[in-house]
Design a protein around this ligand. Structure first.
Ligand code: BES
Ligand code: MN
Ligand code: ZN
Length: 509
């Protein structure tokens, strides 16, 4: 998808489709509500642009009252008077007062998807007033990439419709800084889709070895150092928890280490990004029910997230060292598989009694986190499709965030908000460890029925130890169960943007 910037008047721009945002400036009237009446609140819709020609073209539609500005409401005009565009797409963004960059990102995705469905492959999006120009450019470009992704890779009649070109039209601003915003947003959007491509693959097309090869190819292209280790090294490093999961599979595991070490970066901090890369989770000997098991191909989403983030970091070049680690393996039952009751010694020396072989993510991450510390990481973030419990707690709307350090959390929270992603902090605490005391080893790998997202996190914290650490449980958010106007069904790429944003800010300390 080509992305370009235009500072010329919208009316003069020749395009298949000009897209403009319509907002509703009417405010909710509380007196109406109290009457309990079904009376519809009247909207007061307007085109969110100073461009007179566009306002003029939309004037009749607006005065007809057909447009309300409701979010994702779309109206089409063909051969709009006074515009060089072949079509004008007016897309609703909701109440003007609440309209923010995160909404704009979704509108851009929705516009791309609506146009693709109609066989239109290029558009020009008019940056709406009310959002600072650079932020708007960024949101529109990211949103367009997100909307452009489809997951039907293996359909033989796949249309493989891609948007060819997206132009962002900005009324005024500094050309070079707007162009920079556009180029950076492009890197971010492409990296998010790179992650989604990895997650979308079924397990027979995305073994640990293939995942490692994809990471290696990406690193080669972007100039990152990449090392991939197999079973021998995992055993040599005494990663007994990781190996305990990997030992049951015929597919070779992979320990993927990606390094971004820019010249002139300070010795510290070193950010460590650790991803769960279970390319298929059967549950192992504690096997999962058949119903829905096919979804466990996305159990490597945390690992794919870190690979996509490292790609963006390599291209955006923040002034900070970052090490990405992915612990990739299948979790299979077999004659070689670990069994409930087995005891594994993790790299850190802690012993773990395996109660349930389906709690495998925390095992591979325990050693991944420990290894990251050994490599000198001063700050750790992991991402994992770790628990069904986080889906019970937060549904599909929010990822779970756990943090051992409030300062670190606050900085990360700022990145989440800037990236327009939804995550919710959940508690950690030694109380959660009590349920994981083993009578025979240091820890058990499960902690009973309740508070499963927090017990899993508390388990991980035992391996992050004193290093400031954040854990993202993306089990409920890494896969879209349904399509939305702005995004296809399938892999979401959750956390990629927040992590990129965080790494960039962290480099500015
Ligand atoms: N990969 C699963 C968690 C998961 C659930 C991811 C739903 C995506 C959607 C994880 O390895 C797992 O099986 N967790 C168990 C832990 C339990 C055995 C303590 C769970 O959540 O049931
Ligand atoms: Mn599992
Ligand atoms: Zn799993």
């Amino acid at each position: 998808m080509k992305t370009t910037l235009s500072l010329s008047p919208a009316a003069q721009f020749e395009t298949e489709c000009l897209v403009a945002v319509v907002l509703d400036r009417a405010e909710a009237d509380p007196s109406k509500k109290s009457q309990g009446a079904k009376e519809k609140q009247k909207s007061d819709a307007y085109v969110a642009s100073e461009d007179k020609a566009v306002q003029q073209a939309a004037a009749d539609l607006l005065s007809s009252g057909d447009l309300t500005g409701k979010t994702f409401e779309t109206s089409w005009l063909h051969k709009p008077t006074g515009l060089k565009a072949k079509r004008l797409l007016l897309i609703g963004g909701g109440k003007a007062k609440k309209f923010a960059a995160a909404d704009l990102r979704k509108l851009a995705g929705a516009a791309v998807r609506a146009l693709k469905a109609r066989n239109v492959h290029s558009l020009a999006f008019l940056a709406p007033k009310g959002i600072p120009a650079e932020e708007a450019v960024c949101a529109i470009v990211e949103g367009a990439f997100i909307g452009d992704f489809d997951s039907d890779t293996y359909k033989s009649d796949r249309k493989d419709q891609k948007m060819d070109s997206v132009t962002v039209i900005v009324a005024t601003g500094d050309q070079s800084s707007l162009q920079r915003a556009l180029d950076e947003a492009r890197i971010i959007g492409e990296s998010q889709n790179f992650t989604r491509d990895l997650v979308n693959e079924p397990s027979n097309q995305m073994t640990p070895t293939i995942l490692a090869n994809r990471a290696q190819a990406m690193c080669k292209e972007t100039g990152l150092k990449c090392e991939v280790y197999g079973a021998d090294k995992i055993k040599e490093l005494k990663m007994g928890a990781f190996w305990g999961v990997a030992q049951g599979s015929d597919e070779a595991p992979a320990l993927i280490v990606m390094r971004y070490e820019p010249a002139g970066a300070p010795e510290k901090p070193v950010l460590g990004l650790v991803g769960k890369g279970i390319t298929f989770d059967t549950g192992g000997i504690s096997i999962k029910p058949a119903d829905g098991m096919e979804k466990m191909k996305y159990d490597m989403a945390g690992g794919a997230t870190m690979i996509g983030v490292m790609r963006a970091i390599a291209l955006l070049k923040p002034k900070i060292k970052v090490i990405g680690i992915v612990c990739a393996t299948e979790n299979m039952p077999s004659g070689k598989a670990q069994k409930p009751g087995d005891i594994q010694t993790a790299m850190s020396g802690k012993t773990i009694e395996i109660i349930n072989t389906d709690a495998e993510g925390r095992l591979v991450l325990a050693d991944g986190l420990c290894y990251a510390r050994q490599l000198g990481c001063t700050h750790l973030i992991d991402a994992a499709t770790l628990t069904g419990a986080v889906v019970v707690a937060l549904g599909y709307a929010n990822a779970g965030v756990f943090a051992s350090d409030d300062d670190f959390y606050n900085r990360f929270k700022a990145a989440i908000d800037k990236a327009g992603e939804k995550m919710w902090r959940l508690p950690l605490g030694d109380e959660y460890l009590d349920a994981m005391r083993s009578s025979i080893a240091d820890l058990q790998n499960t902690g009973g029925r309740w508070g499963g997202a927090s017990t899993a996190a508390a388990f991980l914290k035992e391996f992050a130890e004193e290093t400031p650490w954040i854990h993202l449980d993306i089990a409920g958010t890494a896969w879209m169960e349904d399509a939305k106007p702005w995004i296809a069904k399938g892999p979401s790429g959750i956390a990629v943007r927040s992590l990129i944003e965080f790494a960039r800010e962290f480099g500015n300390l």
